[in-house]
Design a protein around this ligand. Sequence first.
Ligand code: FES
Length: 295
Amino acid sequence: MSVIARRANRAALAIEGATVLDAPAEALHGIVSRLGPGRLKDALSGVAAAHPLHPVLVTVPVGALVGLAYLDATGGDPGTARRLLGLGLLASPVAIASGLVDWSDTDGPERRVGLAHLVANSAGLALVAASWVARANGARPKRAVTSSVAGLALMGVGGWLGGHLAYALGVGVDTTAFLRPPMEWTDVVAETDLVDGVPVSVTVDQTPVLVVRDRGRVLALGDRCTHRGGPLHESPVRDGCVECPWHGSRFEVTDGSVARGPATRPAAIFQTRVVDGRVQVRSDETRTLRLNPVV
Ligand code: FES
């Protein structure tokens, strides 16, 4: 590991363990978490896109501000530079809102790193906004360029922390991506043990599986919420869905699809059959990480 990588990793670990961030994080969380499960939270989470929306939304301000830096560096048209800067500022609030929604369902180290990510990006945006003000009337004073460059640098730090959240801490990642599903028919429970609409949780090769009889059909899906890993079997089936007890995501028991977020990825679905009164399950999974989770 290079010196830079080692220092960066040390800094990330320090932020993860910085309990001094817990009080401000808790205060902000009290505000953000007032937005409960529902259409607005689904829209900001990215349920309709089947992936988290925040990484997509940030590309607009980042792209605009990188374009600004290029124009500043090459002496490009100051008016175009200011318009790009304005676009970056205009696109930021919705990107921040989607990030806050994702952050509101984190805890501990993830919440601390998320707060640091927010602070770095907000401070960077404030500097960029100051640059926009300083560029009034088509001017490009040196202090405006200094301010936007410093803002972009801070946003780079914020972006790195966002990468740490996703790639090191797994925020936004389908929490079932590394589970190993049963590929052969596997005996899990006696059919007579199933009560209509009441899920049963079983573990098959370390993979939690929810088995339920719903209106006469025996169904099986992953017993781990794809959002942050909540236990889906704790909820009875209502309107054809199980509801995660942690943040309220709802999954259709017939096909695992997301009926309500903040989860954006569907639950894993297993094939079922009944042989001699015993329910058996298996998966037709083909994705490499699930089949070879240690590779
Ligand atoms: S863990 Fe967040 S909704 Fe299930």
